[in-house]
Design a protein. Sequence first.
Length: 508
Amino acid sequence: MILAADSATGAASLVQSVDWLAIAPPVIAASVALIVLVADLFTAERHKPLLGYGAVAGLVAALATLVPLRAGDRSTFCLTEGARACSYTADHFALVIQALVLGGALLTALLSIGDTRKLPAGEFWFLLLSSAAGAALLPAARDLATLVVALEVASLPAFALVGIKRGDRRSSEAALKFFLSSVVATAVTLLGVSFVYATTGTMHLTEIAGRLDDVPGRFTTLAEAGVVLTLVGFAFKTAIAPFHFWVPDTYVGAPLPIAAYLSVVGKAVGFSGLVLVTVVAFPSYGDLWGPALAVLAALTMTVGNLAALRQDASRARSAVRLLAWSSVGQAGYLIVPVAAAAYAGEGKIGSTVAYALMYAVVNLGAFGVAALVARTAPGNRLSDYRGLYSTRPLAALALGFFLLCLAGLPPGIIGLFAKVTVFSAAVDAGLGWLAVVMAVNVVIGLYYYLRWTAALFASPAAGTEAATPHPQRVPAPVTLAIVLAAVAGITLSGAPQLILRFAAVSLF
């Protein structure tokens, strides 16, 4: 930050320089979004696929700018007077989440290339990149105003992406449900932010943390209400029960790559915001949000896993519904270390980030295979995957590996070690009962993950054909997305100590 001296008065100017390298990831994504939208106006229909490759190139460029920021010591848009507080901080937490969301958006873009023929290409890529820009901004935000703006920039394009299949009643209904429920959650969050600002007089998270300790007694109830209401919006984005009701219908109605995007990037947006407001802004109210998040974690994982267990294999789009409910269950595991941070400090946040990285890789891979199967089995039933190995052996092996990672079984070692870090966080924080609930839910998850995995290698039912009786040519970008996810999962499974080491590192 550079301050200019006023030659007349000697006072410090409020004009400051901007660290463009620090803000490069979200800025590049947003800039490429505008370029793609304008380019669409001048691109002939036969050249529209080039817009997708332009979006992919933009996301790769945004990811590349994270490399020079790896020290995690840059910040910008800081206060020029008083205590040092910044609105944007590129610390290690921000960089890891930015890598996750931009990488997730990149895999989503690869899955989408070739599937946008019936969709307005320019609008699709603009919305995807805009949402990715908001998702990349949020983990670096360090004041409540920037957090809310980033949350909405990530969310509003997502509503349109869910309903972008014109003339599809299911898609329009899913988008409407998603939009209305999200708007209510955002309104509640803004009310909470206003309460917090009224009691502290600041928007910066680090300043709020200090001032909440000195709130006058007559404002204590208002401050507590502000803390609770602020958490609601982020709980909604993370699909924490009872704010999870939008997930199944939204995932089923959205294009499959967008369902994958919401399950990973949307969830990362929610839990990173949740981490920032709890651990950075409201640590003194840990006795309020800690027990609440612990109970919600237990409820979320139980609701998600029991609903996934009940999916009928012959029901249309049951495969997507199972992945949707599975993502709700996984959200429960994700917030266990956040709840533990209320009792054992912010050091436990590394566990939830490590788990999020594992989940992002394998869940995107699972959705990638589901998108591949949907090309020849539009119903996308679980029964359509029976005997997949006989027609698409590599796809079946990849999906089996992804499902075993989610279950936490070998050879998906990465999933096992990620779950161990979450168990450890709960036990170290004295939340033994939550660890027991998690263990029960892991067993429930084992059943439906293994049932789906076994179906991949079973013989097709008598009188029926496998899901892909006549394998079609798969677009190279889709194959690349699945391969990238598989390679990342296998690499991490080959070096699981990286997860344990990552979970033990303080990210702030």
